[in-house]
Write a protein that binds this ligand. Structure first.
Ligand SMILES: C[S@@+](CC[C@H](N)C(=O)[O-])C[C@H]1O[C@@H](n2cnc3c(N)ncnc32)[C@H](O)[C@@H]1O
Length: 266
């Protein structure tokens, strides 16, 4: 009876926060298996350049800590991770505890961060900024960042997504994903948010290879939240035609691209 009661309270609590409907709650336990970590080396490289021992760093929308956990292993920083999804944070917290890592996690909306002004030396955000209001989130990130501090962002540009493996081959994927920002929007944002200068904006690419089975695991587990933007019927129909397309193929080799933006607080 005790355990069922606790479970019921948890379900009720999550529902109250609108969290049960959250795509990220459902994907959190398998997220790490579905996602690649190709951006970890360039991210670490930037952190090496922009931090020193004991710097205070926040991973905004850290998710399951896919990048924050390896960073905590490699760097001697005072690390924080924030995210809106309790499911993703729970996974991140568990990983940090298992590895005996000191990271402070908290549930927070990026548009309203519960930190004092100029608290951090560096902020990072990977694969998440398309979920934010670009200008409002940049203003809030600038508030919690010290002068001279950097905000390192990794995000697919909209144009990269359109020409990606999924954008070209999965029906409606490019049209459905209307949240990603394009390169110009990141550049313009630095003009609109006077607290930030655009330090650099770059693009890089990675060669990827997967079997047909692996590709199907990714899509049926909804690797990207884009798949959650389809209605059930639309998704089934698109999956059916994607499977037909995949049928005639052997292993899949493709190029994945990513954008990297660094804003510096003036
Ligand atoms: C695709 S995941 C990326 C997670 C992690 N940064 C990574 O690279 O694996 C996007 C994350 O953004 C979080 N998120 C979306 N909107 C948010 C907001 N307004 N404030 C904070 N986190 C948000 C989601 O909960 C999710 O964990």
């Amino acid at each position: 009876m005790g355990i069922w009661f606790l479970w019921y309270v948890k379900v009720f609590y999550d529902k109250m926060r609108g969290d049960l409907k959250d795509y990220f709650v459902s994907v959190s336990s398998k997220y790490d298996e579905l996602r690649g970590k190709e951006i970890l080396p360039p991210l670490c490289e930037r952190l090496k350049r922009l931090t020193k021992k004991g710097s205070r760093a926040l991973d905004v929308a850290c998710g399951t800590g896919l990048f924050l956990i390896p960073i905590a292993t490699e760097f001697d920083l005072r690390l924080f991770g924030s995210d809106l999804s309790s499911g993703m944070l729970e996974t991140a917290h568990k990983k940090a505890r298992n590895d005996n890592l000191r990271v402070s996690f908290l549930r927070a909306d990026v548009h309203n961060l519960p930190f004092p002004d100029e608290y951090f030396d560096v902020l990072i955000s990977t694969n998440a900024i398309h979920h934010f209001d670009l200008i409002r989130s940049l203003k809030e990130c600038a508030r919690v960042l010290r002068k001279g501090g950097s905000y390192i962002v990794f995000s697919r540009f909209r144009e990269q997504n359109n020409r990606s493996f999924w954008g070209k081959n999965f029906p409606k994927f490019a049209d459905k994903e209307n949240r990603l920002y394009n390169k110009e929007e990141f550049e313009d944002a630095a003009k609109k948010v006077e607290e930030f200068n655009l330090d650099s904006i770059n693009e890089s690419s990675f060669e990827k290879k997967a079997t047909k089975e692996e590709i199907l695991v990714e899509v049926t587990n909804k690797k990207y939240s884009t798949f959650d933007l389809y209605s059930d019927e639309e998704f089934e129909e698109s999956l059916k035609s994607f499977k037909n397309w995949l049928n005639g193929k052997r292993d899949i080799c493709y190029t994945a691209e990513i954008g990297e933006i660094i804003y510096r607080k003036v």
